[in-house]
Design a protein around this ligand. Structure first.
Ligand SMILES: Cc1cc2nc3c(=O)[nH]c(=O)nc-3n(C[C@H](O)[C@H](O)[C@H](O)COP(=O)(O)OP(=O)(O)OC[C@H]3O[C@@H](n4cnc5c(N)ncnc54)[C@H](O)[C@@H]3O)c2cc1C
Length: 483
């Protein structure tokens, strides 16, 4: 059987060999990116996820074989055609998510789900563009490729009627030329999480009322395409080499990047939307791309909430505060969030329906409610942990302190009712890293925004939700009340 699943080593070697143009802290990354302090931790963590595909105990969950049993590939590239297949996909996403407590937002299955969804909806695309996306999908599946993605323009002017006019000072990436080889893109896009540490980049249309065809395009190209630059935000992992001090930052800092296209040639065979205004407005909904991505995200968020609950309960036990009602109240709020998210996920699966491309798509209403709810509530969950831990989130000596001559003092004065000083600090550091460190603050911002602006998403929910029946009930009630 052909194994289309890579190992962790293969992934790292491939990313090193790409030699992508990645900038961080005013310097271009030279040499192996897997040895750079900003990227080492996340690359190793992703490598571990790939290795699990080869673990006999997990292979049947994390991989899939084709109908003839001739190829084994990653689960995210499987088109789900039944509710059972959706449940299998959930189990695999959650197995991977548990390795990081749900903190790796863009594990490879996220964007690969987008590639699968688009690749299996090829008749949505005009003419040969459908063949292009199908080919991109097959190539990604056969080589177990990883992708970053971008679908927003730089945050220059978000007023309702802003249109970028200047031809000389291009900001938002646009097509500046087309020729027999392809289209030339120039300008910038936001915000590619893991930009520079994936094999390829998927560029999706910016939503909204695009009227200039120069902005109407979608494609995927290798991350080392000439003229493509990834300008990364400051690394949180750079100074986080100790997994005792920064248990999450040291391993899971994904790094986010601004993507700059400097006269980048995108070959025609890599383009799958071009100057098709209808495709721009419909690509996310008609192919069900939105829902398939959201399904992955909600599966991960359930795991993250389980992790938050486990942390909250452990903190409370350690310093013996579980008998207080307000502590139970806070923990029960996390329990409620977990159960609400699980119920919404189950409802989305239960009411899934096949779309016209044969994909079993989870029901959009519960998924959108889950997303809206989590965007608004995640910060509250974080606050509950802060309120339980109090100064325990601040009195956090480092591994070096424990190993020094003052270690004995710390052992004595930082002990807890149910843990030694070191065990207690280790646990509180984990909660601090999830909620309060730079990494933790970014986690909160991520849950608020990674799927789009919460305001516009709740507006979408309001608009799509059919309220007719309930309005009629009120009308009928009022009418009967007149009798
Ligand atoms: C940690 C993190 C990781 C991310 N990773 C990725 C990624 O990998 N790929 C990717 O493509 N994107 C990514 N994003 C970007 C994400 O898609 C955007 O944050 C999201 O779409 C909102 O866009 P914006 O940040 O430009 O906010 P803006 O649109 O600039 O909004 C700023 C404020 O203005 C308000 N506003 C603006 N326009 C309107 C309007 N029309 N109506 C009402 N209110 C409005 C918003 O409500 C908000 O309060 C990431 C974001 C974060 C925070």
């Amino acid at each position: 059987m052909k194994l289309s699943i890579i190992t962790g080593d293969q992934y790292i070697q491939r990313i090193d060999a790409l030699n992508n143009e990645v900038w961080i802290d005013g310097e271009q990354v030279k040499g192996k990116i897997s040895e750079h302090p900003a990227f080492k931790g996340i690359l190793q963590s992703k490598a571990h996820l790939y290795d699990l595909q080869h673990d006999q105990a997990m292979q049947s969950c994390l991989t899939q074989t084709d109908g003839q049993g001739t190829e084994r590939f990653n689960f995210a590239f499987e088109q789900p055609t039944s509710k059972n297949a959706l449940a299998k996909r959930r189990a695999a996403t959650q197995l991977w998510a548990k390795k990081s407590g749900g903190t790796i937002g863009r594990s490879p299955d996220y964007v690969n789900t987008a590639i699968m969804t688009l690749g299996t909806s090829s008749s949505f695309f005009e003419d040969h563009f459908g063949e292009n996306i199908q080919q991109l999908f097959m190539n990604a599946r056969q080589n177990d490729l990883s992708f970053t993605h971008t679908f927003i323009n730089p945050q220059v002017n978000r007023s309702p009627h802003y249109i970028e006019f200047s031809k000389d000072e291009i900001i938002a990436a646009k097509v500046i030329e087309e020729n027999e080889n392809g289209i030339i893109i120039h300008g910038a896009r936001l915000l590619a999480t893991q930009g520079g540490i994936t094999d390829e980049i998927l560029v999706l249309p910016v939503g909204g009322n695009t009227i200039d065809p120069a902005y109407v395009y979608a494609f995927a190209i290798p991350s080392n395409t000439r003229g493509l630059k990834f300008i990364c935000r400051e690394s949180y992992a750079k100074h986080a080499s100790s997994s005792f001090d920064h248990p999450l930052t040291s391993k899971f800092d994904e790094v986010d990047s601004i993507v700059v296209f400097d006269h980048v040639l995108v070959p025609w065979e890599r383009v799958f939307v071009y100057q098709d205004l209808d495709a721009v407005t419909q690509i996310f909904t008609e192919t069900n791309l939105n829902m398939m991505l959201l399904y992955q995200a909600v599966c991960r968020q359930v795991v993250k909430t389980e992790f938050l609950l486990g942390l909250g309960e452990s903190l409370a036990n350690t310093i013996a505060i579980t008998a207080y009602q307000h502590v139970q109240d806070k923990l029960s709020e996390i329990i409620s969030t977990l159960e609400i998210m699980k119920a919404l996920l189950a409802s989305a699966e239960e009411n899934a329906q096949k779309n016209k491309f044969g994909t079993m798509v989870p029901d959009e209403k519960p998924l959108m409610v889950a997303q809206n709810y989590y965007q608004k509530n995640y910060a509250r969950l974080v606050e509950y942990l802060h309120l339980l831990g109090a100064s325990g989130f601040i009195s956090l000596p480092t591994e070096k302190d424990f190993d020094s001559s003052i270690g004995k003092d710390l052992d004595q004065y930082l002990q807890a009712k149910n843990a030694s000083a070191k065990e207690r600090v280790k646990l509180f550091r984990l909660a601090w890293d999830l909620t309060m460190s730079s990494f933790g603050s970014r986690q909160t911002q991520y849950e608020r925004y990674f799927f789009g602006d919460p305001i516009r998403l709740s507006s979408s929910l309001y608009q799509l939700y059919d309220k007719t029946e309930y309005v009629k009930q009120v009308k009928d009630f009022l009418a009967s009340n007149n009798d």
